[in-house]
Design a binder for this molecule. Structure first.
Ligand code: GRG
Length: 298
């Protein structure tokens, strides 16, 4: 697939992105509802221009197993809320201390740290409310809640973030790197695909194929992020770049160098695409999205 085909594919997902934004708008508290500062902060970060990769993955995984977009909307929106909370908290002075996110002042800069902490907390908790309130089948709802809790908490993103902080300044080591990346970034991306498939009623076989796909693209997403942190400009990324290296973070380029990291990312992307080959044409958008993720420039 050429770069311009990929560009076309990504632009072609505009309707899906708008449908997700409309649903998030409907399911988040109104900006003027008291306490309005909290709701304004939640909405500020939610509508700051994120790419919506995770909810798109969730909807495409649901389609790949024959499900409707409607079924996947609750986990898709829930995951974007959890993702946005993680970025708000990650930017706080006590964590990465970043003043910019998505090209705009980060939440604690636009509001204040206390409001940013509470906006993150409210986005994390509303995610589980979205699943419970808008999933019609209670058994599916309970499976989705467990998937999300595992991916977001100690066994996933929060655990990965802690391991990442603990590893700062350590000698670069491939096993530790995989441990961190699978949890910090990979777990939520994996949950996006798995919850989409579960909401769409996937039997075990296709769910396993999608799981293999999801683990691989979760890793390539973070490899691409690590490379962009060293090669892209802050303007291109909409956030401060180069901080990982300066902080002695455990990244793919630190362990393998930029070229080997790129080669690995492309090899893992091929594995991802092969894993969903048996799902045929309905999984084609997922294969294209895998290419987009590895080649992304922001
Ligand atoms: C604070 C509990 C807690 C966790 C933070 C995800 C995370 C853990 C921190 C974010 C820091 C970071 C740069 C992670 C790398 C991968 C990543 C999540 C990048 C941002 O995701 P995109 O590119 O962002 O999907 P947009 O803005 O498009 O939504």
């Amino acid at each position: 697939m050429t770069d311009s085909d990929l560009d076309q594919f990504w632009k072609g997902l505009g309707d899906l992105r708008r449908a997700i934004d409309d649903r998030l708008d409907a399911w988040l508290p109104a900006a003027d509802e008291p306490p309005d500062r909290l709701h304004k902060a939640m909405r500020y970060s939610m509508f700051a221009g994120g790419k919506r990769v995770r909810p798109i993955l969730c909807l495409l995984a649901c389609r790949a197993v024959g499900g409707t977009d409607e079924r996947a909307m609750p986990p898709a929106c829930a995951i974007e809320c959890i993702h946005t909370y993680s970025l708000i908290h990650d930017d706080l002075p006590a964590m990465d201390n970043d003043d910019f996110r998505r090209g705009k002042p980060s939440c604690h800069k636009q509001f204040d740290p206390a409001t940013a902490i509470l906006a993150g907390d409210a986005l994390l908790t509303i995610a589980f409310g979205m699943i419970g309130r808008h999933t019609t089948d209670p058994e599916v709802a309970s499976r989705l809640v467990v998937e999300l809790a595992d991916a977001a908490g100690w066994a996933g993103m929060v655990g990965g973030q802690m391991a990442d902080l603990q590893a700062e300044g350590n000698t670069p080591d491939g096993d530790a790197l995989h441990f961190i990346h699978q949890r910090k970034t990979g777990a939520l991306i994996r949950a996006a695909v798995r919850t989409g498939a579960i909401a769409g009623g996937a039997p075990d076989g296709p769910l396993d194929m999608l799981d293999t796909y999801a683990r691989s693209i979760g890793l390539t997403f973070q490899i691409a992020d690590d490379i962009l942190d060293e090669t892209a400009t802050s303007e291109e990324m909409g956030k401060t770049v180069g901080k990982d290296k300066a902080a002695g973070k455990l990244t793919f380029p630190a362990v393998y160098g930029i070229e080997e990291s790129r080669d690995r990312a492309f090899r893992i992307t091929d594995q991802a695409k092969r894993a969903v080959e048996p799902l045929g044409e309905p999984a084609e958008p997922l294969r294209k999205l895998a290419d987009f993720i590895v080649k992304r420039t922001a």
